[in-house]
Design a protein around this ligand. Structure first.
Ligand SMILES: NC(=O)c1ccc[n+]([C@@H]2O[C@H](COP(=O)([O-])OP(=O)(O)OC[C@H]3O[C@@H](n4cnc5c(N)ncnc54)[C@H](O)[C@@H]3O)[C@@H](O)[C@H]2O)c1
Length: 352
């Protein structure tokens, strides 16, 4: 009998890489539930890239529909919960409804996990730290709620509320669960549509357009390769303590946005200049730029044996190489900008 694994949001950016990792084991059967609302590339293209694995099945629907209908009789041993509103710009359209969506979905999956006797892995976010201590985010630090009520905060509070509910449910029921908190995940297949910075910078540099920096560019991030994050997620599932949360971010990749922009331009050998803009002029008045944030990853490294192996340059290079191979339609989806013309001029071949 194959080990049965459920992945929510499996056709998203991180989900696609997690599937690649899980499906290497022919002894597992992976079922995905995804409504394709923010999947970065079309499903048929992703399935081609994954090699049409025979041990993969899926339902295209919301978590709510899945848990209320299809999942009634299903049994899983592991549940990876990735589906969520996501992205600094992508979340804006869900203002006012986001906490409910995130928390409701967490309860549905806790219920399914308990009925299945499955371990639940909840993907949270580094945003739960607010600004941490001048950007430094460790699991031991308090989660500070600032005196404001932005949409970005609604996302962070929803994720923290879901985490807290899951951890406390582990204390008082048979639920087995762990939490992963990724930091600025980047790499091939990420889309700039939700406002993510690296695919935006890479596509602008490829088309020789100015890279648009939000604010003064001194914001600090720790961009972590999606393959390292996927490896960390599997380790949290396999080795994470019940009711514990683990940062997943590469402290070695700490960099300011302005330095990241210069790195992108240099590595791609682009002639793009760098401009400074107010992001509200692009995404509207609800947009908020994140505080500095970089991880203390000692807990995942020491307790789980997690070791991120990719640096910033390889993350930029692989993001670029993937976009350079993309069809014009996919390039446009990934860039978050209407750059079909440039892609056409490059005469690209399809990915897959
Ligand atoms: N990308 C990052 O830098 C980052 C950082 C920290 C945390 N995360 C978390 O990682 C997870 C995955 O993020 P991602 O970057 O891969 O985003 P993504 O948008 O590429 O993937 C999310 C997937 O979930 C699906 N989905 C969304 N809502 C759904 C619903 N209600 N029912 C069914 N499917 C639904 C979408 O169609 C998409 O395929 C999210 O929980 C996100 O909060 C991401």
């Amino acid at each position: 009998m194959s080990k049965r694994i459920l992945v929510t949001g499996g056709f998203g950016f991180i989900g696609g890489h997690l599937l690649e990792l899980l499906l290497r084991d022919r002894g597992v059967h992976v079922h995905v539930v995804d409504n394709l609302s923010t999947s970065p590339i079309p499903l048929e293209v992703l399935l081609l890239e994954l090699g049409q694995p025979p041990n993969l099945s899926y339902d295209i629907c919301t978590i709510e529909d899945f848990c209320r209908n299809q999942a009634r009789t299903a049994e899983y041993e592991e549940i990876y919960h990735l589906a969520s509103p996501v992205g600094p710009a992508g979340i804006l359209k869900l203002a006012g409804r986001m906490i409910k969506t995130i928390v409701d979905d967490a309860y549905l999956l806790m219920d399914l996990a308990m009925r299945s006797h499955a371990k639940l892995l909840d993907i949270s976010t580094s945003e739960v730290y607010g600004g941490g201590q001048n950007g430094y985010c460790s699991e031991n630090l308090p989660k500070i709620v600032p005196a404001k009520t932005t949409v970005r905060l609604e996302y962070a509070i929803g994720k923290l509320a879901a985490e807290t509910a899951i951890i406390n449910t582990c204390q008082v029921t048979s639920l087995k669960a762990s939490i992963a908190r990724p930091f600025n995940v980047s790499g091939p297949r990420q889309s700039g549509q939700g406002g993510f910075v690296l695919p935006r910078f890479v596509s602008l540099a490829m088309s020789q357009k100015p890279l648009t920096i939000f604010g003064d560019g001194q914001q600090v991030r720790a961009f972590t390769h999606v393959k390292d994050i996927s490896d960390g997620i599997v380790k949290v599932m396999q080795r994470g303590q019940n009711g514990e949360a683990y940062n997943l971010g590469n402290p070695q990749s700490k960099i300011s946005i302005i330095d990241m922009a210069k790195r992108v331009v240099g590595l791609i050998d682009s002639h793009s200049r760098i401009d400074f803009v107010d992001p509200k002029t692009i995404y509207g008045p609800l947009y908020e730029e994140a505080n500095d944030k970089y991880p203390d990853a000692d807990k995942a490294m020491n307790e789980l044996g997690w070791n991120p192996t990719q640096g910033i340059d390889s993350t930029i290079r692989e993001t670029y190489e993937y976009m350079a191979r993309a069809t014009p339609e996919i390039f446009m989806r990934l860039s978050g900008e209407a750059l079909v013309d440039q892609a056409s001029q490059r005469g690209q071949t399809p990915i897959g």
